[in-house]
Design a protein around this ligand. Structure first.
Ligand code: ATP
Length: 276
């Protein structure tokens, strides 16, 4: 990997500038030279990164720079896009996720995903959370399933608000509650990594603050990766930040250093609002 001192060379090679600081946790997700094309259009160019466990990592960068495309490489959601071709390596705990032997359905339970717009199933609050444990056979009876549902809703900070109406439709909740329900649904299948693609962009400031608090609580137990357009949010919730530009990972380092001492002029221009 390229160190900060190699900046001139780095720029010439269009490679990434990596800050030298140690990661805040053990490596959970490691990618090497991940490249994605849609048809004949390249969207990501050789992204190599090591993302720590038990921490929040933000992906930031201007619209269309490839943040969501890269996020989708981690749980093979690009498999569902017919024109998408992914090359390179993505490992979780050293295990290649692109290997033929990996079942994408099992992978997506290990690597949960929360989208921009809350997307509860058209089912009850209970059944939204119980769905994953049921299809993955995680509970041997109703009591066990009840316990998983309760624990997942508690971890998502929603139990107190819904415990007396578990039979109500998930869609009857407010936007912020729906997003926490979707997080509870992801948690219910014991994920190790949670991917969040602009999880607060459809929420008001109060619901956003609640989700940010939740992200901070969840990082104790999970590797969380969040795509955000809000630099204030990246600064508030994440320990590591990765800046993307035109399909390249430009710079990666501790969030505080990225915001106070960016090494690449493109990072600096973006965080100071000069473009994007
Ligand atoms: N399904 C798709 N088919 C074709 N091109 C796509 C597809 N999804 C993304 N792209 C293209 O790939 C590039 C990267 O898009 P991506 O959505 O990953 O960027 P992003 O940084 O997440 O953008 P935003 O911040 O606007 O969500 C863009 O040029 C986009 O048009």
């Amino acid at each position: 990997m390229v160190s900060v001192n190699d900046t001139a060379q780095t720029r010439a090679n269009e490679a990434t500038v990596y800050h030298d600081d140690p990661l805040p946790g053990p490596v959970k997700v490691a990618t090497e030279k991940v490249t994605v094309t849609y048809g004949d259009k390249a969207a990501l160019h050789g992204v190599s990164i090591e993302i720590p466990d038990r921490s929040v990592t933000s992906f930031i960068g201007p619209s269309g720079c490839g943040k969501s495309t890269f996020l989708r490489c981690i749980n093979r959601m690009n498999d569902t896009i017919e024109t998408a071709r992914v090359a390179g390596s993505v490992k979780i705990d050293g295990e290649e996720v692109n290997a033929r032997s990996v079942d994408p359905v099992v992978l997506r339970a290990r690597v949960g995903m929360v989208f921009q717009k809350p997307n509860p199933f058209p089912k009850s609050i209970y059944d939204n959370v119980a769905y994953g444990p049921r299809i993955h056979g995680l509970a041997s009876g109703r009591d066990e399933l009840d316990a998983i549902v309760e624990e997942s809703l508690k971890k998502a900070g929603l139990w107190n608000e819904v415990s007396d109406r578990l039979g109500a439709p998930g869609t009857s909740l407010s936007g912020g509650q729906q997003q926490r329900l979707v997080i509870a649904r992801a948690i219910a299948v014991n994920p190790e990594v949670i991917l969040m693609d602009e999880p607060c962009s459809a929420l008001d400031p109060i619901a956003t603050a609640r989700i940010e608090e939740l992200i901070d609580e969840l990082r104790e137990n999970y590797c969380i990766i969040i795509v955000t357009h809000s630099m204030a949010q990246a600064a508030r919730v994440s320990q590591m930040t990765a800046f993307f530009h035109l399909g390249h990972l430009v710079e990666y380092g501790p969030t505080e250093a990225m915001f106070t001492n960016p090494h690449d002029s493109r990072t600096q221009d973006y965080i100071t609002g000069r473009f994007g």
